[in-house]
Design a protein around this ligand. Structure first.
Ligand SMILES: Nc1ncnc2c1ncn2[C@@H]1O[C@H](COP(=O)(O)OP(=O)(O)OP(=O)(O)O)[C@@H](O)[C@H]1O
Ligand SMILES: [Mg+2]
Length: 371
């Protein structure tokens, strides 16, 4: 039987837990011609949610998904959006040939044929006038479709990192989006300060131009039911109490929950209590050690001490409070404040609701077990 706990992507609604309200809200927004910005921590399930929405509305809209993670110029941006369009149902099998060629010609670029038999856009020029002209062509193309288009741009904060001293990228994109009657934009991103800067700064082009949605964790009870149902269906009973404990242990952070239950599902014998769980979990987390070996190079020795204290504590309400200072062996609350701020900036720890914790759940577990 297939392991029902996916470690990447989206399959169908049976392998997707809850998010009913969020899905409804997004669909309502696009039906009402509202643009939307979604913010969530990394690995909470932004991309999967977008795919889930796509699966619900793909008759009504052409849904285009582009992930611009790691792009560093407007040229890269254009490439990713173009590839999103090529992969979308706009070019469903029937129409693939001529219309696709015309589209590629209209944005004036070269392409290669990928393994899936579809072309993918390749080289794009470096003169800015052509790039913006192509971007304009592309938007015109979308505006002329026979159905409304949803253009979801994942990791939108990357545009903040573009090396574009001479091009007002935000202003230009804003202008383009305002001329797009047929397109609903969904922006999503994981770096809150950048997303906030783009959409919530008074003198910036995108200021309050979209609805905002904060994507939190899946409610624990919903996730517990989902997990129990999948184990039951596979005739691998697991204790509800243990599932609840593991969810707490992983702060209900989606990716980590998926990874742990994917692992447990694959074991010959499912653990029946916390002790048995710890026993099988140790080697799993030890194996992750290779990913964390370089951590001491990224942070100062003092920050490392604080990180280990977070690992020990789990969640911390007040890092500068007496209790946590004692745990970390600090006497000075202002140096603690500085260390916490630096660790937040380096995305080692996050403020998750009222509490601070280590961002990467497995890093926390690894440090807790091995020091
Ligand atoms: N509602 C859900 N039910 C079950 N699994 C989910 C759900 N949402 C996401 N996942 C799974 O959790 C993992 C992380 O999801 P996803 O990649 O969508 O997160 P993300 O927030 O986009 O992460 P990143 O910041 O790395 O881009 C994936 O394995 C995905 O299949
Ligand atoms: Mg993602």
């Amino acid at each position: 039987m297939m392991n029902p706990f996916l470690l990447k992507g989206y399959l169908d609604k049976d392998h997707f837990c809850d998010r009913d309200e969020e899905t409804e809200k997004i669909i309502t927004a696009v039906r009402n011609r509202q643009d939307l910005t979604i913010h969530a921590y990394r690995r909470i399930g932004k991309s999967a949610l977008l795919k889930h929405v796509e699966a619900q509305v793909d008759k009504e809209f052409y849904f285009i998904y582009a992930d611009i993670w790691g792009t560093s110029s407007v040229s890269d941006f254009l490439r990713e959006i173009s590839n999103g369009i090529i992969q979308s149902t706009i070019f469903s099998k029937r129409g693939i040939g001529k219309r696709l060629q015309e589209f590629i010609k209209s944005i004036g670029t070269s392409f290669t044929i990928g393994l899936d038999g579809r072309p993918s856009i390749d080289v794009i020029y470096n003169d800015q006038a052509s790039i913006f002209k192509s971007l304009q062509e592309l938007i015109t193309f979308l505006n002329n479709q026979d159905k409304p288009v949803v253009l979801a741009i994942d990791e939108f904060q990357e545009i903040k990192k573009y090396d574009s001293v001479n091009i007002p990228i935000e202003a230009t994109l804003r202008k383009i989006t305002q001329d797009s009657q047929n397109i609903r934009f969904i922006y999503s991103g994981s770096e809150y300060h950048l997303i906030n800067e783009i959409f919530n700064t008074y003198n910036r082009p995108f200021y309050q131009s979209t609805r905002m949605m904060q994507l939190g964790v899946i409610p624990k009870m919903k996730y517990q039911e989902f997990i129990l149902a999948h184990f039951k269906k596979a005739r691998k009973p697991i204790e509800a109490i243990l599932v609840g404990q593991i969810l707490d242990f992983a702060y209900v952070h989606t990716y980590y929950v998926q990874a742990i239950f994917n692992y447990l599902f694959g074991l010959a014998k499912v653990p029946s209590n916390w002790n048995e769980f710890e026993h099988v979990y140790h080697p799993f987390i030890e194996e992750k050690g290779v990913f964390y070996a370089e951590l001491p190079d990224r942070i100062t020795p003092q920050q490392f001490v604080v990180t280990k204290a977070f690992a020990k504590a789990g969640i911390v309400k007040s890092p500068t409070g007496a209790e946590f200072l004692r745990l970390a062996n600090f006497t000075n609350s202002s140096s603690m404040r500085r260390a916490v701020k630096a660790l937040e900036e380096k995305q080692i720890i996050i403020k998750d609701g009222e509490f601070f914790r280590i961002y990467d759940v497995f890093l926390g577990h690894y440090l807790k077990f091995s020091f």
